[in-house]
Design a binder for this molecule. Structure first.
Ligand code: GLN
Length: 496
């Protein structure tokens, strides 16, 4: 049986249409492979066989009637979901002991849209607890491993979503990105990873971290598969007032080429302290490839971007502190037994239910929002946010897309970064985009000269012009090829 997780959406749909295999056979094969492979990677927290087979039957019925394509852009595509997204009947744990036993009472809009578009739900994916982190090491259920080197982290917080695609278990997964959590693991695992403009995808049913920063997006191995998934995800949802009415066909720009495309490069990013030589070289190489394909390179400046990290570690914890208040052991979450009063039950439940990084963010947020302190930090951080947003808008009067690093280095080893503030630097090139709200994506450009690990470059689009970055990404894909499955997990190596 073919290795379906390694195939493109087009190949899967062609195979279904030509009746080379049924959706049921494919779905069963996907679970067999996950069973064989995931012991090493630990991307999945839960698999959803019953729901997958139910949807596969719907797909097979559509094939029998010759109307597979009518199901939608993800017809018959196996998809995995980060475990902060509700899928009715599955657990939604956010990789936290706080929600270890929580069962989704309904389905998140982003998940529902993939199902409405014909996707087959395969399971829920590991993450940093409540999406706090850059390595998936803070999961209460143990870390996910990078399929390119099992001694290394897959990045985070959507590490399970990135690793599942990189190991060829499923062709598409969903992740969420508050400061870099789609793009950084995408880069560490060598795949395509898209954080759309804030408001392109509904956040309804996704457990909130920083509500003004969070955005859902796809992981895939090709730009086309990412664009098809975006077509399914994007659009207004009456349950999320920040979601917008999007009618863009994100595949329309693929194949357009780079002629006339104005690509911005940010000299200050390239000189940033901590950027490794191998990543810098790859960004320069990608710039040259875009130029060779006909793009014009233009230097732009984002004068306030260096303040993004400081603003984020004020705004992010403040929003997280507010959002996590609902886990009070009464309405939601772990309830520590045998307490005679609610106060001590609340205290003990939160102390035991949340891990160290979640507690750190809650304490930080509660301090930053307290009387007297608020004016010193929260208010200026919002002013910085406005300045960064203006920087991007100004830059995008000169260019159509910006090219930048994703992360300063390639995937690190487990335990290598112990200091939380050093871990926070993983997102030094991604965070300003969440602050401003526009789109950003990671695009794989081969392996680093020194580490031999995947390197991604970041393409940044103007607000609600996410198609611009997909256009440039497609050009890079022609130069570098479609992202491969990590060699140790390529077809025939494992589980065949
Ligand atoms: N690494 C960043 C953090 O820890 C971003 C996480 C995210 O995007 N969810 O907050």
């Amino acid at each position: 049986m073919a290795d379906f997780g390694s195939q493109s959406i087009a190949t899967i749909q062609a195979g279904l249409t030509q009746k080379e295999f049924s959706a049921k056979e494919m779905t069963e094969a996907v679970f067999v492979r996950i069973q064989a492979v995931d012991e090493q990677v630990h991307a999945f927290l839960e698999t959803t066989e019953a729901q997958a087979l139910e949807q596969a039957a719907r797909v097979d019925a559509a094939v029998a009637e010759g109307r597979l394509q009518e199901l939608g852009p993800l017809a018959g595509v196996p998809v995995g979901y980060k475990d902060n997204m509700n899928l009715e009947g599955t657990h939604t744990t956010c990789s936290s002991n706080m929600l270890r036993n929580y069962v989704s009472p309904y389905t998140a809009t982003c998940v529902q849209r993939t199902l409405d578009a014909g996707a087959i739900p395969i399971g829920k994916l590991n993450m940093d607890e409540f999406a706090f982190g850059s390595s998936t090491e803070t999961s209460a259920f143990g870390p996910t491993r990078n399929p390119w080197d099992l001694e290394r982290v897959p990045g985070g917080s959507s590490g399970g979503s990135a690793a599942a695609v990189a190991a060829g278990m499923v062709p598409v997964t969903l992740g969420s990105d508050t400061g870099g959590s789609i793009r950084q693991p995408g880069s560490f695992c060598g795949i395509v990873a898209v954080k759309p403009t804030y408001g392109v995808v509904s956040r309804y049913g996704v457990v909130a971290f920083g509500s003004s920063l969070d955005q859902v997006g796809p992981f895939a191995r090709s730009v086309e598969d990412a664009a098809l998934t975006l077509n399914a995800l994007a659009g207004h949802d009456p349950h999320d007032c920040t979601s917008q009415d999007i009618t863009t066909d994100f595949t329309a720009v693929l194949g357009k080429g780079a002629k006339g495309l104005r690509v911005g490069v940010v000299p200050a990013f390239m000189e940033a302290e901590g950027l490794t030589a191998e990543v810098k070289e790859k960004v320069q190489e990608a710039a040259t490839k875009l130029q060779e394909a006909g793009a014009e390179l233009i230097e732009v400046s984002l004068p306030h971007a260096q303040a993004a990290m400081s603003a984020y570690y004020v705004l992010g914890p403040c929003e997280a502190f507010s959002n996590l208040a609902r886990f009070d052991s009464v309405r939601y979450g772990y309830c520590d037994p045998d307490h005679s009063d609610l106060g001590s039950q609340y205290e003990a439940s939160r102390a035991k239910g949340f891990g160290p990084e979640a507690r750190r963010r809650i304490m930080l947020g509660s301090y930053l929002l307290s009387a007297g302190v608020y004016d010193t930090y929260y208010y200026p951080a919002q002013q910085v946010r406005t300045l960064i947003t203006q920087d991007y808008l100004e830059a995008f009067t000169q260019v159509d897309v910006i090219l930048a690093p994703v992360a300063p280095r390639t995937a690190f080893k487990f335990g290598e970064i112990g200091d939380p503030t050093e871990m926070y630097l993983s997102d030094m090139f991604t965070i300003s985009i969440n602050i401003a709200g526009n789109g950003g994506m990671a695009m794989p450009v081969g392996l680093g000269r020194e580490s031999g690990m995947p390197v991604g470059v970041q393409l940044i689009a103007p607000p609600f012009k996410d198609e611009n970055m997909l256009q440039a990404a497609w050009v890079l894909e022609q130069a570098y090829g479609v992202a491969p499955v990590a060699p140790a997990f390529a077809q025939g190596k494992v589980g065949e």
